[in-house]
Design a protein around this ligand. Structure first.
Ligand code: ASP
Length: 366
């Protein structure tokens, strides 16, 4: 299969010509996979999606529509407190309140549903599915989304896990030496806080998480879902790309499905997922479509506060895509531990793979 065999790490020190050259290199692999027969159903997700893609494929094999399979898969992450980027246990906003964003899309019916800044509901993707199926609207936010979830019987609960509370408090107390919060020097020794600092404590790259899952059924039907607790310690009410159709996710029955994780504002400005689908419509492979979209994101990253000393984006953005034939691909702006994706195909175990990328992250930086 293409992504497993030949799409190794590479440096594309950002020229469109170089990106095009890499896309050309990728084509024989895609062709070889086509000749070998690409297995469907298939699901592709962000790096935290190993269990989710497996369940999504199992669900499709059992007859679920791709969008339902996607929601079933990501529910694993939403319920898992060790995933601090999604659902229960997700890191809160700057006020210590967990606000969740999620969206779903069904390529066959060309319908979508979404919720943003939703509090106290563990499974926002399932609420988004109800918005899609039980309303003639697409996006509900804040209190309105909560009222809607209540009306549909979703239980309310405290979503702030002890680990997330301790990490948030540490951040709050150490964010500035000029406010009224005083930290305790021993706090950095707390196992939960240490875990966070080791995993995310880099000042150069903003922490990111989220799960996107795109699903393609045995007959080529497509659906997708993105769900997140959003940027860590965000403004109250800040909404990222995840619940925005076209940005955090998009699918089209004639083409494929795509989604994004990482720096949400970058995906919003370049309408990330929709752009990937449009590049696939022009005939590019999923990986080449993701790379072409990221090239555009780089060109659109013009504000100086978003660029490093070499003029490259400071933040990372990851894209994931599947076409209706079942080929998959992923790419990131920056290489690194977090620039990976997960795939599961019918008859195979889920796999964690490296995304293609535009810039190699220097070893000194995480
Ligand atoms: N894209 C999400 C957002 O901007 C965050 C993430 O993926 O980490 O809210």
């Amino acid at each position: 299969m293409p992504e497993e065999k030949t799409l190794t790490r590479r440096d594309l020190i950002t020229t469109t010509a170089k990106a095009a050259a890499v896309a050309a290199v990728a084509q024989p692999a895609v062709q070889a996979a086509k000749e070998a027969g690409v297995a469907r159903p298939v699901a592709i997700a962000s790096r935290n999606g190993l269990a989710a893609v497996k369940l999504a494929v199992e669900s499709m094999l059992a007859g679920a529509a791709p969008v339902d399979a996607a929601v079933a898969g990501v529910a694993i992450n939403e319920a898992d407190p060790s995933d601090v980027t999604v659902g229960y246990g997700g890191l809160p906003n700057e006020d210590g309140v967990v606000q969740l964003d999620a969206a779903v899309m069904d390529a066959t019916a060309m319908t979508a549903g979404a919720v943003a800044a939703l509090e106290r509901i563990k499974h926002p993707a399932a609420v988004a599915l109800q918005v899609m199926r039980r309303t003639n609207r697409v996006l509900l936010v804040g209190g309105g989304a909560l009222e809607f979830a209540r009306a549909h019987g979703f239980p309310e609960e405290n979503l702030l896990s002890e680990r997330a509370r301790k990490i948030w408090l540490y951040w709050k107390e150490n964010a500035s030496g000029k406010d009224d919060w005083l930290g305790d020097p021993g706090d950095a020794e707390d196992p939960d806080v240490r875990w966070f600092i080791e995993k995310y404590g880099d000042s150069y790259f903003r922490p990111d998480g989220t799960i996107h899952l795109s699903a393609c059924a045995a007959d080529g039907r497509l659906g997708c879902c993105t769900t997140t607790s959003g940027l860590f310690f965000k403004f109250q009410g800040r909404v990222g790309d995840s619940p925005l159709v076209g940005c955090g996710l998009y699918c089209d029955a004639e083409v494929g499905s795509a989604g994004s994780t990482g720096h949400g504002e970058s995906s919003i400005i370049s309408v990330g997922a929709h752009t990937v689908v449009e590049f696939m419509r022009q005939g590019r492979s999923p990986e080449a479509a993701c790379l072409a979209t990221l090239e555009r994101v780089v060109r659109n990253t013009r504000a100086s506060h978003l660029r490093d000393e070499s003029g490259r984006p400071k933040n990372n953005l990851l894209l994931y895509a599947v076409n209706r034939a079942g080929d998959v691909g992923s790419a990131a702006i920056w290489s690194g531990e977090r620039s990976r994706y997960t795939v599961c195909r019918a008859g195979s175990e889920p796999r964690l793979l490296e995304s293609a990328y535009l810039f190699r992250r220097e070893p000194a930086r995480r």
